[in-house]
Ligand binder design. Structure first.
Ligand SMILES: C[S@@+](CC[C@H](N)C(=O)[O-])C[C@H]1O[C@@H](n2cnc3c(N)ncnc32)[C@H](O)[C@@H]1O
Length: 417
């Protein structure tokens, strides 16, 4: 089996940076890829802007005439995508509910623009043996009114197509990475693989605690077998619409799905010493515009302080919105908080640090944001405005997590024929 990969919703290429252990850019601006994976196709298209900064960055770092696609994934003929061993992608948490179509009695339709259906269509058309996905952690709890429904729909889709899968919610900082970013990682494997054969008779306890892909790279504390919960999303649900209408489950931060059963358990990480902001901040002085003016300092003081604000909801009902205080600036002795796409704008969640050289407050530089996600320095310095560089990092992932998962996938593929 070869090590071909496609990257969906590629952004600036976090999966590729992680899987191919990219730490440097050459003098032409191209990534120096150490391997072992061969990327045969990538797709990235930003619907909300005319300029395609993420794609331009990807295309500069990974130049290629035909393999990088900059069109809406829903417009791509799925059969035309090259064959691949591993499908990767970080996709949004949206409403995955489905209904019977009105026109065709037996047709099933999801909401328009929901990107999960695009992934599902690619799985149907290409049947890659392995799949690695990333999403926000609330995916397992969505929607609030029917907890676990969307994840249940995903499980049912994967199961119908012959996949088993394992998931884990990982807070990167707890495993020694520089950001407190909690994301769900999903690894699915097709029943035609040797890996599936090697896993199918193992117990959920064994898979989640020691033998699964996540346990090997992200060790957890021992837990009792009886704490594992089991849900069925096939029996009692004649089709995807029935899952969509009725299924709900309290999914935890770890789990495993095979056939028509899903097992889940709350796990605790065996903590690794975190990488702190002090290790990644630029120490030799940064440009003046990153420092806070007096008025900006006051604004941040207000934004990060505690407050109670009277507000009206959309029905005209008045309520008091309150938020607690944050520390006036982010301690260098801690890992970064979760970086959002609003990083760098005057916003409560923007990081503020005490510059180690000047001893004055400032925002992070784009390079520091890249380091927080473990991208090479200046990765997004590809011609886009500075504020878009922050945005890209808010959307991206902690590449070091992908690197660790990639180590395991590499070994798994080596054992296939
Ligand atoms: C969460 S981000 C993924 C970031 C990526 N993992 C990285 O490391 O930069 C999702 C990406 O999907 C892209 N996207 C959204 N809708 C899309 C569509 N219809 N077709 C293709 N890409 C889309 C967005 O522009 C965004 O870059």
């Amino acid at each position: 089996m070869n090590k071909t990969v496609i990257e969906l919703f590629a952004g600036v290429g976090g999966f590729r940076v992680g899987l191919n252990n990219i730490t440097k850019i050459d003098k032409h601006g191209h990534a120096i890829e150490k391997g072992p994976f061969t990327f045969v196709w990538a797709n990235q298209w930003e619907p909300s802007t005319k300029s395609q900064h993420a794609f331009d960055c990807y295309n500069l770092r990974f130049p290629s005439a035909t393999e990088n696609s900059n069109v809406d994934i829903s417009k791509v003929d799925k059969a035309s995508i090259p064959d691949h061993t591993l499908l990767t992608g970080g996709f949004p948490c949206q409403d995955y509910s489905v209904a019977h179509t009105l026109s065709k009695a037996h047709g099933i339709e999801g909401k328009k623009g929901v990107l999960w259906w695009q992934i599902n269509d690619i799985l149907k058309a290409k049947k890659p043996p392995f799949v690695l996905l990333e999403n926000v952690d609330r995916l397992v709890k969505s929607p609030a009114k029917q907890r676990g429904r969307d994840f249940g729909i995903m499980l049912r889709c994967l199961s119908e197509q012959g996949y088993a899968m394992e998931w884990r919610i990982i807070n990167a900082a707890e495993y020694g990475h520089p950001q407190r970013r909690r994301r769900i990682f999903i690894f699915a494997y097709h029943k035609s693989t040797k890996y599936y054969e090697s896993m199918k008779d193992r117990s959920p306890l064994e898979i989640i605690s020691s033998q699964g892909i996540f346990a090997k790279e992200f060790p957890i504390e021992e837990f009792a077998k009886k704490s594992i919960k089991e849900f069925d999303f096939v029996k009692g649900y004649k089709d995807l619409v029935a899952v969509s209408d009725k299924f709900h489950a309290a999914f935890e931060n770890a789990g495993y799905m095979i056939g028509d059963k899903v097992y889940t358990v709350k796990t605790k990480p065996i903590l690794v010493k975190p990488m702190t902001l002090s290790k990644i901040v630029e120490k030799d002085g940064v440009d003046n515009h990153y420092f806070l003016s007096e008025s900006q300092r006051k604004k941040y003081e207000y934004l990060r302080g505690s407050k109670k604000i009277p507000r009206k909801d959309k029905n005209g009902y008045e309520y008091i919105y309150s938020e607690g205080s944050m520390s006036p600036y982010d301690e260098l002795s801690l890992p970064a908080r979760t970086m959002l796409t609003s990083e760098g704008t005057t916003n409560r969640s923007t990081h503020i640090i005490m510059d180690p050289k000047e001893n004055k407050l400032r925002i992070l530089t784009p390079v520091e944001c890249e380091r927080i996600n473990q991208f090479p320095d200046n990765w997004t310095n590809s011609g886009m405005p500075e504020k878009r560089r922050y945005f890209m990092m808010g959307n991206a992932l902690v590449c070091g997590i992908i690197k660790k998962i990639g180590n395991q996938i590499n070994q798994i593929i080596d054992k296939e024929v």
